[in-house]
Design a protein around this ligand. Sequence first.
Ligand code: ADP
Ligand code: MG
Length: 349
Amino acid sequence: MIEDKHQQRTPLSNLGEFGLIDHLTQHFEIKHQSTVKGIGDDAAVVDFEDNQCVITTDLLVEGVHFDLSYAPLKHLGYKSVMVNLSDVYAMNATPKQITVSIAVSNRFPLEALEELYAGINTAAKFYNIDVIGGDTTSSQKGLLISITALGHAKKEDLVYRDGAKDNDLVVLSGDIGAAYLGLQVLERENEVFKVNPNNQPDLSMYTYLVERQLKPEARRDVIKLLNDLDVKPTSMIDVSDGLSSEIIHLCKSSDVGATIYEDKIPLDPTVISTCEEFELDSTTIAMSGGEDYELLFTIQQEDYTKIKANPSLTVIGHITPKNNGIYLVTRGDTKVEIKARGWNSLSEE
Ligand code: ADP
Ligand code: MG
Protein backbone atom coordinates (compact mmCIF):
# COMPACT_ATOMS: atom_id res chain seq x y z
CA MET A 1 0.00 0.00 0.00
CA ILE A 2 1.26 3.48 -0.85
CA GLU A 3 1.47 5.77 2.17
CA ASP A 4 0.17 9.26 1.61
CA LYS A 5 3.01 11.39 2.99
CA HIS A 6 0.72 14.36 3.41
CA GLN A 7 -1.67 12.47 5.56
CA GLN A 8 -0.50 12.80 9.13
CA ARG A 9 -1.24 10.07 11.61
CA THR A 10 -0.75 11.42 15.12
CA PRO A 11 -1.13 8.67 17.74
CA LEU A 12 -3.76 9.50 20.34
CA SER A 13 -1.24 8.67 23.07
CA ASN A 14 0.68 11.84 22.10
CA LEU A 15 -2.13 13.98 23.52
CA GLY A 16 -3.35 12.03 26.52
CA GLU A 17 -7.02 11.89 27.48
CA PHE A 18 -7.44 15.50 28.57
CA GLY A 19 -5.36 16.88 25.73
CA LEU A 20 -7.54 14.93 23.34
CA ILE A 21 -10.79 16.17 24.88
CA ASP A 22 -9.55 19.78 24.76
CA HIS A 23 -8.42 19.37 21.18
CA LEU A 24 -11.63 17.82 19.93
CA THR A 25 -13.96 20.22 21.71
CA GLN A 26 -12.08 23.48 21.07
CA HIS A 27 -14.31 24.62 18.19
CA PHE A 28 -17.66 24.12 19.87
CA GLU A 29 -19.49 27.35 20.60
CA ILE A 30 -22.42 27.81 22.94
CA LYS A 31 -25.42 29.30 21.12
CA HIS A 32 -28.31 28.94 23.53
CA GLN A 33 -29.34 30.75 26.65
CA SER A 34 -30.74 27.45 27.91
CA THR A 35 -27.17 26.11 28.09
CA VAL A 36 -26.17 27.34 31.54
CA LYS A 37 -23.00 25.26 31.66
CA GLY A 38 -21.41 23.36 28.79
CA ILE A 39 -18.16 21.42 28.57
CA GLY A 40 -15.71 21.81 31.43
CA ASP A 41 -17.38 20.87 34.69
CA ASP A 42 -18.46 17.57 36.23
CA ALA A 43 -21.84 17.94 34.56
CA ALA A 44 -23.56 20.29 32.16
CA VAL A 45 -26.49 22.45 33.27
CA VAL A 46 -29.49 23.37 31.13
CA ASP A 47 -32.49 25.53 31.94
CA PHE A 48 -35.64 25.12 29.87
CA GLU A 49 -37.73 27.24 32.23
CA ASP A 50 -41.41 26.34 31.75
CA ASN A 51 -40.83 23.91 28.90
CA GLN A 52 -40.73 20.15 29.01
CA CYS A 53 -37.35 18.56 28.36
CA VAL A 54 -37.08 15.64 25.93
CA ILE A 55 -34.04 13.38 26.10
CA THR A 56 -33.00 10.71 23.64
CA THR A 57 -29.86 8.68 23.12
CA ASP A 58 -28.36 6.43 20.45
CA LEU A 59 -25.34 4.16 20.40
CA LEU A 60 -23.53 3.44 17.13
CA VAL A 61 -21.05 0.58 16.98
CA GLU A 62 -18.48 0.00 14.24
CA GLY A 63 -19.20 -3.19 12.35
CA VAL A 64 -22.82 -3.18 13.51
CA HIS A 65 -24.16 0.25 12.54
CA PHE A 66 -21.46 1.52 10.22
CA ASP A 67 -18.52 0.30 8.19
CA LEU A 68 -15.61 2.69 7.87
CA SER A 69 -14.53 1.17 4.57
CA TYR A 70 -17.26 3.20 2.89
CA ALA A 71 -18.58 5.63 5.50
CA PRO A 72 -16.28 8.66 5.69
CA LEU A 73 -15.75 9.73 9.31
CA LYS A 74 -17.02 13.23 8.66
CA HIS A 75 -20.30 11.84 7.37
CA LEU A 76 -20.46 9.45 10.27
CA GLY A 77 -20.15 12.32 12.74
CA TYR A 78 -22.90 14.20 10.94
CA LYS A 79 -25.16 11.17 10.76
CA SER A 80 -24.74 10.24 14.42
CA VAL A 81 -26.06 13.68 15.32
CA MET A 82 -28.94 13.36 12.81
CA VAL A 83 -30.25 10.08 14.19
CA ASN A 84 -30.68 11.75 17.58
CA LEU A 85 -32.18 15.00 16.30
CA SER A 86 -34.65 12.96 14.29
CA ASP A 87 -35.95 11.42 17.52
CA VAL A 88 -36.34 14.85 19.11
CA TYR A 89 -38.26 16.18 16.09
CA ALA A 90 -40.46 13.07 16.20
CA MET A 91 -41.67 14.33 19.60
CA ASN A 92 -42.49 17.67 17.91
CA ALA A 93 -39.78 19.22 20.07
CA THR A 94 -36.79 21.44 19.28
CA PRO A 95 -33.34 19.96 19.89
CA LYS A 96 -30.97 22.30 21.71
CA GLN A 97 -28.05 20.36 23.17
CA ILE A 98 -26.14 17.13 22.63
CA THR A 99 -23.49 15.19 24.50
CA VAL A 100 -21.04 13.08 22.52
CA SER A 101 -19.31 10.03 23.95
CA ILE A 102 -16.74 8.01 22.08
CA ALA A 103 -14.72 4.87 22.64
CA VAL A 104 -11.77 4.43 20.26
CA SER A 105 -9.13 1.80 19.69
CA ASN A 106 -5.50 2.82 19.13
CA ARG A 107 -5.94 2.08 15.43
CA PHE A 108 -7.43 5.58 15.09
CA PRO A 109 -5.06 8.52 14.78
CA LEU A 110 -5.97 11.99 15.97
CA GLU A 111 -6.73 13.03 12.40
CA ALA A 112 -9.51 10.46 12.18
CA LEU A 113 -11.20 11.87 15.28
CA GLU A 114 -10.77 15.39 13.91
CA GLU A 115 -12.76 14.30 10.87
CA LEU A 116 -15.46 12.76 13.05
CA TYR A 117 -15.73 15.93 15.12
CA ALA A 118 -15.75 18.12 12.01
CA GLY A 119 -18.91 16.27 10.96
CA ILE A 120 -20.42 16.61 14.43
CA ASN A 121 -19.64 20.33 14.44
CA THR A 122 -21.10 20.84 10.96
CA ALA A 123 -24.34 19.24 12.13
CA ALA A 124 -24.33 21.23 15.37
CA LYS A 125 -23.90 24.50 13.49
CA PHE A 126 -26.48 23.76 10.83
CA TYR A 127 -29.09 22.58 13.31
CA ASN A 128 -28.23 25.17 15.94
CA ILE A 129 -27.17 22.73 18.65
CA ASP A 130 -24.80 23.18 21.60
CA VAL A 131 -22.37 20.35 22.34
CA ILE A 132 -22.37 20.39 26.14
CA GLY A 133 -20.35 17.35 27.17
CA GLY A 134 -19.51 13.74 26.64
CA ASP A 135 -17.01 11.12 27.58
CA THR A 136 -13.86 9.80 25.96
CA THR A 137 -12.47 6.36 26.54
CA SER A 138 -10.57 3.60 24.79
CA SER A 139 -11.95 0.44 23.25
CA GLN A 140 -10.28 -2.90 22.54
CA LYS A 141 -11.57 -2.91 19.04
CA GLY A 142 -13.24 -0.37 16.83
CA LEU A 143 -15.14 2.84 17.33
CA LEU A 144 -18.29 3.45 19.36
CA ILE A 145 -20.21 6.69 19.33
CA SER A 146 -23.01 7.51 21.71
CA ILE A 147 -24.89 10.77 21.39
CA THR A 148 -27.58 12.07 23.70
CA ALA A 149 -29.81 14.90 22.57
CA LEU A 150 -31.85 17.27 24.71
CA GLY A 151 -34.68 19.34 23.39
CA HIS A 152 -37.64 21.24 24.60
CA ALA A 153 -41.29 21.79 23.80
CA LYS A 154 -44.32 23.28 25.43
CA LYS A 155 -46.25 20.54 27.16
CA GLU A 156 -49.25 20.96 24.85
CA ASP A 157 -47.08 20.70 21.72
CA LEU A 158 -45.48 17.32 22.45
CA VAL A 159 -46.61 14.51 20.16
CA TYR A 160 -46.39 10.92 21.37
CA ARG A 161 -46.77 7.60 19.61
CA ASP A 162 -49.97 6.80 21.41
CA GLY A 163 -52.41 9.43 20.15
CA ALA A 164 -53.65 7.98 16.83
CA LYS A 165 -57.44 7.62 16.62
CA ASP A 166 -59.77 5.70 14.30
CA ASN A 167 -60.19 7.53 10.95
CA ASP A 168 -57.05 9.63 11.34
CA LEU A 169 -54.96 9.90 8.18
CA VAL A 170 -51.51 8.31 8.08
CA VAL A 171 -48.96 10.70 6.59
CA LEU A 172 -45.33 10.23 5.59
CA SER A 173 -42.78 12.96 4.87
CA GLY A 174 -40.38 12.76 1.92
CA ASP A 175 -39.76 9.37 0.35
CA ILE A 176 -38.43 6.09 1.69
CA GLY A 177 -36.25 3.14 0.74
CA ALA A 178 -33.36 5.20 -0.63
CA ALA A 179 -31.03 4.92 2.38
CA TYR A 180 -31.24 1.13 2.37
CA LEU A 181 -30.52 0.97 -1.35
CA GLY A 182 -27.64 3.40 -0.87
CA LEU A 183 -26.15 0.88 1.52
CA GLN A 184 -26.60 -1.91 -1.04
CA VAL A 185 -24.79 0.17 -3.66
CA LEU A 186 -21.93 1.01 -1.29
CA GLU A 187 -21.56 -2.61 -0.19
CA ARG A 188 -21.49 -3.78 -3.78
CA GLU A 189 -18.82 -1.25 -4.73
CA ASN A 190 -16.85 -2.18 -1.63
CA GLU A 191 -16.79 -5.84 -2.73
CA VAL A 192 -15.66 -4.83 -6.22
CA PHE A 193 -12.95 -2.64 -4.69
CA LYS A 194 -11.67 -5.51 -2.53
CA VAL A 195 -11.20 -7.64 -5.65
CA ASN A 196 -9.72 -4.86 -7.76
CA PRO A 197 -8.53 -1.75 -5.89
CA ASN A 198 -7.81 0.04 -9.19
CA ASN A 199 -11.44 -0.06 -10.10
CA GLN A 200 -12.78 3.40 -9.31
CA PRO A 201 -16.51 3.09 -8.73
CA ASP A 202 -18.86 5.31 -10.69
CA LEU A 203 -21.60 6.16 -8.22
CA SER A 204 -22.99 9.15 -10.12
CA MET A 205 -26.20 7.26 -10.97
CA TYR A 206 -26.78 6.60 -7.32
CA THR A 207 -25.97 10.01 -5.82
CA TYR A 208 -29.35 10.39 -4.17
CA LEU A 209 -29.26 6.90 -2.65
CA VAL A 210 -25.71 7.20 -1.35
CA GLU A 211 -26.42 10.61 0.11
CA ARG A 212 -29.49 9.34 1.88
CA GLN A 213 -27.37 6.58 3.42
CA LEU A 214 -24.27 8.57 4.31
CA LYS A 215 -25.64 12.03 5.02
CA PRO A 216 -29.27 11.91 6.11
CA GLU A 217 -31.04 15.05 7.29
CA ALA A 218 -33.41 15.13 10.25
CA ARG A 219 -36.77 16.63 9.19
CA ARG A 220 -36.67 19.90 11.08
CA ASP A 221 -38.31 21.45 8.01
CA VAL A 222 -41.34 19.16 8.33
CA ILE A 223 -41.83 20.08 11.98
CA LYS A 224 -41.70 23.76 11.03
CA LEU A 225 -44.04 23.18 8.10
CA LEU A 226 -46.65 21.46 10.27
CA ASN A 227 -46.40 24.26 12.76
CA ASP A 228 -46.82 26.88 10.01
CA LEU A 229 -49.82 24.97 8.63
CA ASP A 230 -51.29 24.82 12.11
CA VAL A 231 -51.46 21.03 12.06
CA LYS A 232 -50.63 19.13 15.22
CA PRO A 233 -50.20 15.40 14.52
CA THR A 234 -52.16 13.08 16.78
CA SER A 235 -49.20 10.70 16.89
CA MET A 236 -45.72 10.62 15.39
CA ILE A 237 -42.60 8.46 15.04
CA ASP A 238 -39.44 8.78 12.96
CA VAL A 239 -38.73 6.16 10.31
CA SER A 240 -35.43 4.67 11.40
CA ASP A 241 -36.17 0.94 11.03
CA GLY A 242 -38.51 0.82 8.03
CA LEU A 243 -42.15 1.69 7.50
CA SER A 244 -43.50 -1.74 8.58
CA SER A 245 -42.08 -1.66 12.05
CA GLU A 246 -42.84 2.05 12.54
CA ILE A 247 -46.51 1.75 11.61
CA ILE A 248 -46.75 -1.25 13.93
CA HIS A 249 -45.18 0.78 16.76
CA LEU A 250 -47.68 3.61 16.23
CA CYS A 251 -50.64 1.24 16.09
CA LYS A 252 -49.57 -0.79 19.13
CA SER A 253 -48.95 2.35 21.20
CA SER A 254 -52.23 3.91 20.09
CA ASP A 255 -54.25 0.68 20.34
CA VAL A 256 -55.55 0.99 16.77
CA GLY A 257 -55.20 -0.69 13.38
CA ALA A 258 -54.19 0.85 10.06
CA THR A 259 -54.61 0.40 6.33
CA ILE A 260 -51.76 1.55 4.09
CA TYR A 261 -51.97 1.68 0.28
CA GLU A 262 -49.04 0.36 -1.72
CA ASP A 263 -49.62 2.79 -4.58
CA LYS A 264 -49.42 5.77 -2.21
CA ILE A 265 -45.99 4.98 -0.76
CA PRO A 266 -43.66 7.78 -1.93
CA LEU A 267 -40.61 6.46 -3.80
CA ASP A 268 -37.89 8.41 -5.54
CA PRO A 269 -37.46 7.43 -9.24
CA THR A 270 -33.89 6.27 -8.48
CA VAL A 271 -35.29 3.85 -5.91
CA ILE A 272 -37.55 2.34 -8.56
CA SER A 273 -34.81 2.06 -11.20
CA THR A 274 -32.21 0.70 -8.76
CA CYS A 275 -34.67 -1.87 -7.42
CA GLU A 276 -35.12 -3.07 -11.00
CA GLU A 277 -31.36 -3.27 -11.44
CA PHE A 278 -30.86 -5.19 -8.18
CA GLU A 279 -33.97 -7.30 -8.83
CA LEU A 280 -35.56 -6.16 -5.60
CA ASP A 281 -39.21 -5.37 -4.94
CA SER A 282 -39.46 -1.63 -4.28
CA THR A 283 -42.40 -2.02 -1.88
CA THR A 284 -40.44 -4.53 0.22
CA ILE A 285 -37.51 -2.11 0.32
CA ALA A 286 -39.78 0.78 1.30
CA MET A 287 -41.49 -1.26 4.01
CA SER A 288 -38.42 -3.00 5.44
CA GLY A 289 -35.39 -0.89 4.56
CA GLY A 290 -34.33 1.47 7.29
CA GLU A 291 -32.49 4.69 8.03
CA ASP A 292 -34.68 7.04 6.03
CA TYR A 293 -35.24 9.35 9.01
CA GLU A 294 -38.52 10.57 7.61
CA LEU A 295 -41.46 11.32 9.88
CA LEU A 296 -44.52 9.07 10.00
CA PHE A 297 -47.50 10.67 11.68
CA THR A 298 -51.26 10.74 11.91
CA ILE A 299 -53.56 13.74 11.56
CA GLN A 300 -57.26 14.34 12.02
CA GLN A 301 -59.36 14.16 8.82
CA GLU A 302 -60.31 17.81 9.17
CA ASP A 303 -56.64 18.81 8.77
CA TYR A 304 -56.40 17.15 5.35
CA THR A 305 -57.03 20.33 3.36
CA LYS A 306 -54.16 22.05 5.16
CA ILE A 307 -51.57 19.47 4.07
CA LYS A 308 -52.92 18.07 0.80
CA ALA A 309 -51.11 20.42 -1.59
CA ASN A 310 -47.74 19.87 0.02
CA PRO A 311 -45.13 17.98 -2.03
CA SER A 312 -43.18 16.81 1.03
CA LEU A 313 -46.21 15.19 2.68
CA THR A 314 -48.05 12.12 1.40
CA VAL A 315 -51.18 10.54 2.82
CA ILE A 316 -50.46 6.79 2.62
CA GLY A 317 -53.44 5.38 4.49
CA HIS A 318 -55.72 5.71 7.47
CA ILE A 319 -56.21 4.47 11.00
CA THR A 320 -58.84 1.79 11.69
CA PRO A 321 -60.19 0.12 14.82
CA LYS A 322 -57.68 -2.22 16.42
CA ASN A 323 -59.52 -5.41 15.48
CA ASN A 324 -59.20 -4.53 11.77
CA GLY A 325 -55.45 -5.19 12.07
CA ILE A 326 -52.59 -3.54 10.23
CA TYR A 327 -52.74 -4.07 6.47
CA LEU A 328 -51.16 -3.08 3.20
CA VAL A 329 -53.53 -2.88 0.24
CA THR A 330 -51.48 -3.86 -2.80
CA ARG A 331 -51.75 -2.44 -6.32
CA GLY A 332 -53.59 -5.64 -7.20
CA ASP A 333 -56.14 -4.77 -4.48
CA THR A 334 -55.27 -7.61 -2.13
CA LYS A 335 -54.83 -7.06 1.59
CA VAL A 336 -51.55 -8.22 3.10
CA GLU A 337 -50.94 -8.13 6.82
CA ILE A 338 -47.98 -5.89 7.71
CA LYS A 339 -45.40 -7.69 9.80
CA ALA A 340 -42.35 -6.11 11.38
CA ARG A 341 -39.48 -6.90 9.09
CA GLY A 342 -37.57 -3.80 9.99
CA TRP A 343 -33.92 -4.20 10.53
CA ASN A 344 -33.20 -5.63 13.96
CA SER A 345 -29.60 -5.61 15.18
CA LEU A 346 -30.35 -8.37 17.69
CA SER A 347 -31.96 -10.78 15.25
CA GLU A 348 -30.08 -13.86 14.05
CA GLU A 349 -30.61 -13.31 10.34
P1 ADP B 1 -15.24 13.39 34.02
O1 ADP B 1 -13.94 12.87 34.55
O2 ADP B 1 -16.04 14.17 35.00
O3 ADP B 1 -16.03 12.33 33.27
P2 ADP B 1 -13.95 14.28 31.65
O4 ADP B 1 -12.56 14.61 31.99
O5 ADP B 1 -14.25 12.97 31.03
O6 ADP B 1 -14.84 14.49 32.95
O7 ADP B 1 -14.52 15.41 30.72
C1 ADP B 1 -14.20 16.77 30.90
C2 ADP B 1 -15.22 17.61 30.19
O8 ADP B 1 -15.17 17.35 28.79
C3 ADP B 1 -16.65 17.31 30.63
O9 ADP B 1 -17.38 18.53 30.54
C4 ADP B 1 -17.14 16.33 29.58
O10 ADP B 1 -18.54 16.40 29.47
C5 ADP B 1 -16.42 16.81 28.34
N1 ADP B 1 -16.10 15.75 27.39
C6 ADP B 1 -15.38 14.63 27.63
N2 ADP B 1 -15.27 13.89 26.51
C7 ADP B 1 -15.95 14.53 25.55
C8 ADP B 1 -16.22 14.27 24.16
N3 ADP B 1 -15.78 13.18 23.55
N4 ADP B 1 -16.94 15.17 23.46
C9 ADP B 1 -17.41 16.28 24.07
N5 ADP B 1 -17.21 16.59 25.34
C10 ADP B 1 -16.47 15.73 26.10
MG1 MG C 1 -15.35 11.36 31.63
